[in-house]
Design a protein around this ligand. Structure first.
Ligand code: ZN
Ligand code: ZN
Length: 346
């Protein structure tokens, strides 16, 4: 049997291991890809650290970690028609069943039978991986190859920014992890008239400024609500894009939002939190929406066009590149917050 290198979560508890394991064989609806690049997501860090969410969610150990992918198609299952050998692909990481109510009604991203790479099935922190043909996204030639790996989280940002009106609006992005920083950049190219961000980490504050935030507030040093009200002539912000999962940031964001505004949430709090429904939502007449994954595949088309047109440049957001063997270095850097997106090369 042919072997490959892979980073696996072998057992419950913190950490991960680099191992030699059998190279996967594609099923009839899958393609085998050579992984050219992969990137570290917050989800991977949660699984690496083995936080409460990971303990409750991850069932099938041992499992290859990772879900963000740039790959070259090497072999095709017999039913796969939409890609060919040699294609460079990214991949939608939500594997949908194709036949449930949600799949039938254009909501495959929240398929009731959905599975996710590196969470429910073997992932892509490896030299090779298998991907359902239906999940393969052929990369536009104009887009640099290793950007393919980052299209999945970028798609989260695009989905969140475009989940309501954005052009001509003022926007508050709470939390400037990689997807927060991407949301700043996407809001700007979509015609937001003022983009304010909040962030504690200095490295990420600089990164948010670099990609076009008009103002980055450090909540440790300044009063977020006062500052946002001042910047919006006392009205409050039109749109909140919540990327932090931090209960304090979420409360401040509710207070910073203008009446009738939009509150789109991608960040995930560690545990249940309290909000004042009457004061913050009902009387304020605001719209609160959860965002999950990417619309399949309209978000992918838009994300791809933003990149191929040159309107959006990911280069400043990709701050580190390591070999797959150095994954621990990447995880430590993610923990420190002193990074944007980190790519790993098998
Ligand atoms: Zn991700
Ligand atoms: Zn389904």
């Amino acid at each position: 049997m042919a072997k490959m290198k892979a980073v696996i979560k072998a057992k419950p508890g913190p950490g991960a291991e680099l191992v030699d394991m059998e190279k996967p064989v594609p099923g009839p609806d899958q393609v085998l890809v050579k992984v050219l690049a992969t990137s570290i997501c917050g989800t991977d860090l949660h699984i690496y650290e083995w936080n409460e969410w990971a303990q409750a969610r991850i069932k099938n150990l041992p499992q290859v970690m990772g879900h963000e992918l740039c790959g070259e198609v090497l072999e095709l299952g017999k039913n796969v028609k939409n890609v060919k050998k040699g294609d460079i692909i990214s991949a939608e990481t939500h594997i949908a069943c194709g036949h449930c109510y949600l799949c039938h009604t254009g909501n495959a991203h929240i398929c009731v039978n959905g599975k996710i790479f590196g969470v429910d099935v073997n992932g892509v922190f490896a030299e090779y991986a298998v991907v359902p043909g239906a999940n393969a996204w052929i990369l536009d030639e104009k887009i640099p190859k290793d950007f393919a790996s980052v299209m999945e989280p970028l798609g989260n940002a695009v989905h969140t920014v475009l989940a309501g009106e954005i052009t001509g609006n003022t926007v508050l992005v709470t939390g400037c992890g990689p997807i927060g920083v991407m949301s700043v950049a996407v809001s700007r190219i979509c015609g937001a008239t003022k983009v304010i961000a909040t962030e504690l980490n200095d490295y990420r504050i600089q990164l948010a400024k670099k990609v076009g935030a008009d103002l980055v507030i450090n909540p440790k040093k300044e009063n977020v609500v006062e500052k946002v009200l001042k910047e919006t002539d006392g009205l409050g912000i039109d749109v909140v894009l919540e990327m932090s999962g931090n209960p304090i940031a979420i409360k401040q964001a509710f207070e910073s939002l203008r009446p009738g505004g939009r509150f789109s949430i991608l960040g995930i709090p560690d545990k249940p939190m309290e909000i004042d429904l009457g004061k913050d939502i009902v009387f304020k007449y605001i719209t609160v929406q959860g965002i999950n994954g990417r619309l399949m595949f309209s978000t992918w088309h838009k994300t791809s066009r933003f990149l191929s047109s040159g309107r959006l440049d990911l280069e400043p957001i990709i701050t580190h590149r390591f070999r797959l063997e150095e994954f621990e270095k990447g995880m430590e850097l993610m923990q420190s917050g002193n990074c944007g997106k980190i790519l790993l090369y098998p």
